[in-house]
Each structure stands twice: as structure tokens, then as C-alpha cells.
Design a protein around this ligand. Sequence first.
Ligand code: Z5A
Ligand code: MG
Length: 212
Amino acid sequence: TETTEMKRGIFILFEGADRVGKSTQVQSLFGHLSTTLGLPTKQLRFPDRTTQTGTIINSYLQNSTQLDDRALHLLFSANRWESKDTLLKHLNEGNSLVVDRYSYSGVAYSAAKGIDFDWCFGCEKGLPAPDLIFYLKMDTEDATKRGDYGNERYEKVDFQKKIKEVYESKLVNSSWNVINANRPIEEVSKEINEIVDRSIKNGIQNKPIQCI
Ligand code: Z5A
Ligand code: MG
């Protein structure tokens, strides 16, 4: 039937500034999809620090490499482009993807440094687009109080406020799911699981994969 032909995995993305709980919620949703719903699911994160571009990015983030801001932006973007075929293959083979950061992190962090927004966004055009985006939202000050804050290059309050500003004024739109992230982990997960369950019930997996 037509429904069977359309069957593919769904691409779910988590975005937001530092320490809002993205990685925590990625893991929780992965459990919900794979165990509770029994769907074949994979977990991915960007930057993928295991590739050649990822190695340079990692060294930059740990403050050990100096790089031109635009060159860095292109590396982050290339890090996504080199995974494009894998992303599409997984989705077309029926694997759902729960992804920790993607194009919007790339644009938010670079535009927050003052690089032209459209130039930043242009590099992402043509990449596979997520079916569902969760934007985890909370006050910067509260996020900075969370565990491990302050070890990497970008973990400075003023810069984090600029990132939040770019997300909320230029990236988040009515198709995104804005989640109050300043609540207990289980409460946040429950809201996310409900949105995902409802989206699957409404046939989100039957739409063709879009491009950014
Ligand atoms: N970057 C970029 O510039 N350009 C790009 O294109 C991309 C990324 C893709 C590395 O990212 C950096 O790369 C990042 C953006 C930039 N900037 N910096 N720095 P990363 O994804 O590797 O960053 P991370 O190290 O995983 O941290 P994070 O993403 O900022 O954190 P998080 O994933 O949002 O939060 P978490 O690890 O789930 O939780 C943080 C802590 O809070 C932890 O102790 C949790 O146990 C706790 N937590 C989580 N949820 C809660 C709730 N609900 N209540 C209380 N405590 C909680
Ligand atoms: Mg994380």
C-alpha cells in the first residue's frame, strides 16, 4: 500500500543554548521511542567529534586551536554535510533519529559572534530537515547554575544570552515546539513524549523528508 511505501524513520531534533538539558532529553526520548514504542531508533549529535572536521572542531572548543570565525562556521557546517547520506539512509531504512543539535546551533552560535545571519544560514540550505524540533527554553542564569558549566570556550553568560536572542528572534518559529526546560527532568520528558506520540498518530512519518 501507499502507506507502507511512505514508511520511514522520523527525524527529531533538540536545540537550545548551553546546559538547557538537550543531551538529557535526547537520551530520554531515545528510550521512549526504542523501548516504549519499539521503534528502531538511533541517537546522533553534532558536532560529530569523531570525524576529521570533528577533530578540528573539538580542539577549537577545548580552547587549544585558534581559527577564523567563518572558517570555524564552515567546518561545523561541513561536519553536518558529511553525515547527510548517513542521515538519509537511516531515515529511508526506517530508523528514527533523535539528534542533539544541528543547523540551528550552527547559525545561532555564529550569528551571536556577529557573522551575517543569512550567510550563516546559507551553508545549511539543502540538508535534510527535521520533522520535529524541540527548543528547550530557560533563563541563561538558571542554566549556568547547572552541572559542568564553564569548561568549554562558549560557556560565558553574556555570549549565552546572545545565542538565546538569535534563537528566539530569528530561528524559532511556529512549527517548533518550545518547551519550558526549567522543570524537573521527568516533567519535561513527559511533555516531549506526548508531542511525539501525537505527531506519530497524526502520520508525521508519512510526509516526504524535507530539506532545510
Ligand atoms: N556548536 C556550534 O558552535 N556550531 C554548531 O554548528 C554546533 C555546535 C552543532 C558543543 O556542543 C558546542 O558546539 C556548543 C555549541 C557549539 N557550545 N558550547 N560550549 P555540545 O552539544 O557538545 O555541548 P554539551 O557539552 O553537550 O553541553 P550542552 O549541549 O550545553 O548541554 P545540554 O546537552 O543542553 O544539557 P545536559 O548535558 O543534558 O544537562 C546539563 C546539566 O544539567 C547536567 O548536569 C544535567 O544532569 C542537568 N540537567 C539536565 N536537565 C535538567 C533539569 N530538567 N533540571 C535540572 N538539571 C538538569
Ligand atoms: Mg549536550
